[in-house]
Design a protein around this ligand. Structure first.
Ligand code: ATM
Length: 205
């Protein structure tokens, strides 16, 4: 008998776009339907990668974008080899809150490392390991800012201004011209977004 095939799904988008709430709803749905899955996140996903997350997002010392991207890729390599690939081998759905696309956008575009340079590094270091599908949450800058106002500041990126969020949105627009991406209008209701996600997930089963 053929072993069940795993599936790698990622959630991407700007801050406060509702990714995490949707991941929780999807977890509930998969549990209810007895579909084997794991959820994980980036930066993070392993003990080592979570320590790197703390360094990258909370460190007071300033690090340059090259240092940051190398730390992210080290964390990602550990995550892929120790969590994602083993779960995929066991036929599970792997759901990750952010992955390589965040590096292409935040470091590659927003922090000016270069999208293509970031993609080249991903090819070289991580064998171009990419998700099967990516849900990309789109939200206008004004809505991001208004949602963030109701949220306690969580990391160094949450503090940044309108220009920053505009750049994040532009970065996602640039990298998402590809069939891997399912674009979600994140201003819709939680339930209607959930329905869309379930529809796509069911089409993969
Ligand atoms: P979450 O709050 O979605 O967990 O994301 C943490 C931050 O990490 C997010 N910015 N904010 N706020 C984006 C940033 N990040 C990068 O800059 N590069 C990456 O490769 C990843 C995975 C995340």
């Amino acid at each position: 008998m053929n072993k069940p095939k795993g599936f790698f799904l990622t959630f991407e988008g700007p801050e406060a776009s509702g990714k995490s709430s949707q991941i929780k709803l999807l977890e509930k749905y998969l549990k209810k339907n007895k579909i084997p899955f794991i959820t994980t996140r980036e930066p993070g996903g392993t003990k080592l990668s979570e320590s790197l997350r703390n360094l990258i997002l909370k460190v007071k010392e300033s690090i340059n974008v090259e240092e940051e991207i190398l730390m992210l890729m080290a964390a990602r390599s550990h995550h892929i080899e120790n969590v994602i690939k083993p779960a995929m081998k066991n036929g599970k759905f792997v759901i990750s809150d952010r992955f390589a696309d965040s590096t292409f956008v935040y470091q590659g575009y927003v922090n000016k490392f270069g999208i293509q340079k970031a993609k080249n590094l991903h090819k070289k270091i991580l064998d171009n390991y990419l998700p099967n599908k990516t849900f990309l949450f789109n939200l206008s800058t004004s809505m991001i800012i208004s949602r963030l106002k109701n949220r306690k500041i969580k990391n160094k990126y949450d503090k940044l201004d309108k220009k920053f969020h505009d750049r994040v949105n532009t970065g996602y627009k640039i990298i998402s011209n590809n069939r891997r991406f399912v674009k979600i209008d994140a201003s819709q209701s939680i339930q209607s977004i959930h329905k869309t996600i379930i529809k796509h997930v069911n089409s993969l089963l």
